[in-house]
Design a binder for this molecule. Sequence first.
Ligand SMILES: Nc1ncnc2c1ncn2[C@@H]1O[C@H](COP(=O)(O)OS(=O)(=O)O)[C@@H](OP(=O)(O)O)[C@H]1O
Ligand SMILES: [Mg+2]
Ligand SMILES: [Mg+2]
Ligand SMILES: [Mg+2]
Length: 349
Amino acid sequence: MPYEKELAAAKKAVTLAARLCQKVQKALLQSDVHSKSDKSPVTVADYGSQALVSFILERELPSESFSLVAEEDSGDLRKESGQDTLNRITELVNDTLASEGSNSFSTLTTDDVLVAIDSGKSEGGSVGRHWVLDPIDGTKGFVRGDQYAIALALLHEGKIVLGVLACPNLPLASIGSNQQHSSSNEVGCLFFAKVGDGTYMQALGGSTQTRVHVCDIDNPEEASFFESFEAAHSLHDLSSSIAEKLGVKAPPVRIDSQAKYGALSRGDGAIYLRFPHRGYREKIWDHAAGSIVVTEAGGIAMDAAGNPLDFSKGKFLDVVSGIIVTNQKLMPSLLTAVKEALNEKASSL
Ligand SMILES: Nc1ncnc2c1ncn2[C@@H]1O[C@H](COP(=O)(O)OS(=O)(=O)O)[C@@H](OP(=O)(O)O)[C@H]1O
Ligand SMILES: [Mg+2]
Ligand SMILES: [Mg+2]
Ligand SMILES: [Mg+2]
């Protein structure tokens, strides 16, 4: 089966990274959170997760020429002021590797950790294979104690061919707005998909996998939709105008990160709307794993003009206006509603 060993390595890497993140989130210290040059937050767990995933992929797939496009870099950790943070990250990475129960590695030094983080500097593109990683997607949610995801995908000749999404705080039971009462309040989901092979979910750290599908609603009135928790990341007014045009009755479900794609892939809701503020450029690591998880579950992800998402152009994902995701039946009416809402918005400016 194509990409079988890559999927196994990706699941292992992401599961270990999730373990590191869970440990940090439980006891998050103010000193663990820093601000990047664009003012967005980054924590020791973002860096630790990136170092771990990079290290595990290289260890598990030694024969491959390794290319990784990832969100974080080690610039701030190489400064004098970053030394304590780097020591803390190195300790977290080594503790997590030790908890894996294998003695087949030697303790990583701070230099090893810097090198592992910086192997995420690849630019991606349409040629060859590139891993695409968001070590913590939804860092603001992570810091708040809410939803976040570790999102890893493989790009091959410009197409996403596999994706793994760990959502440590996502309930195993549905979170949709019409959710049934569930006796289980267990959290921690691992979604994974290979091209042509469907999408599966298992409990994080578990082994029983179930195939998942997007919902098959065709009446928009019965649909519910997901959007960003942070109003700074997506225009909530615009999505509410789209929902109104569609006749959606349920209120929006606002959660952080690509956990939205995971929830959609198992039918918790029907639509995901994402309309960043003017001037923001999407990055491939914010959508690569999520998009294959949804499409292999029977959904479609497009930009607001109905173009497929093109991951082959480097680290940016250039889209017209925003990203919309839903099932096959709802997409035509969703595209119409989006077009109308965007036209109204443009004429009111
Ligand atoms: N201004 C702006 N507009 C749009 N998107 C932005 C913006 N700033 C950041 N980001 C990216 O949003 C990523 C998190 O997206 P979410 O959908 O999780 O947003 S939210 O936290 O639910 O509000 C978040 O991912 P992480 O940095 O990995 O957390 C960012 O890549
Ligand atoms: Mg992100
Ligand atoms: Mg991130
Ligand atoms: Mg970030």
